[in-house]
Write a protein that binds this ligand. Structure first.
Ligand code: C5P
Length: 215
């Protein structure tokens, strides 16, 4: 069974995905981490993430693997390194390039084959797994998303203003929504859930009930 959870930056997809997978006994795939790994690879090579020709030329030397719970770049565990702010920005830039998307979409489909899996991202229900058994698209007020993310960062000792987080999220969301191939969008058969006034636990409970009803 494939469950997809898509939505904009900072809406809480990865937290919800991880917890829902634990409750249901599913595996999970955080596809944003894969775009981040490609961004980290090209930044390390001194390539600008927006340079489509150079990024495409570098792809044969970029191997992204997704064993449960971590992400490997050419065999190195980069789970922490991909969370740096310049990698977030770079991920959103490399995600526009066709060759990057085609490489990662193939890897995502291969990773899910034969598994009960929850995949989170921007295009999982609309493009990568059009026949997924259950599709969700989470949305929330932009300021609330930014406040949540800023609080998360502050808890890690990273003090960033809500305004800065909001600006960064808006830029990434715009790029994701406007790109040509597989733009961020709810699939026509996705359930759209506004989480603005819900706690994380309430969101997970709702999704869990829907998936359990379908099983
Ligand atoms: O979800 P996360 O913020 O880690 O994703 C990093 C970037 O990767 C996003 O800003 C988005 O541009 C890109 N992405 C994507 N398609 C996905 C997942 C992420 O384009 N399925």
């Amino acid at each position: 069974m494939i469950v997809t959870i898509d939505g904009p930056s900072g809406v809480g997809k990865s937290t919800v995905t991880k917890e829902l997978a634990a409750r249901l006994g599913f595996e999970y795939l955080n596809t944003g981490a894969m775009y981040r790994a490609v961004a980290l690879a090209v930044l390390r090579l001194g390539i600008r993430p927006s340079d489509e020709t150079a990024v495409t030329a570098a792809l044969p030397s970029v191997r992204v693997e997704v064993p449960p719970g971590c992400i490997l770049l050419n065999g190195e565990n980069v789970t922490t390194a991909i969370r740096a702010p310049e990698v977030s920005r770079g991920a959103s830039e490399v995600a526009v390039h066709r060759a990057v998307r085609l490489m990662l979409v193939a890897a995502q489909r291969a990773a899910a084959t034969g598994h009960d899996m929850i995949c989170d991202g921007r295009d999982q229900g609309s493009f990568v797994f059009p026949t997924a058994d259950c599709k969700f698209f989470l949305v929330a007020d932009a300021r609330v998303r930014a406040e949540r993310r800023a609080a998360e960062l502050a808890a890690k000792g990273d003090m960033v203003s809500v305004e800065d987080v909001m600006r960064d999220q808006e830029e990434r969301d715009r790029r994701d929504a406007l790109r040509e191939l597989a733009p961020m969008a709810p699939a026509s058969d996705a359930m759209v859930l506004d989480t603005t006034r819900l706690t994380t636990n309430e969101v997970i409970n709702r999704l869990e009930n829907v998936v359990r009803d379908l099983r």
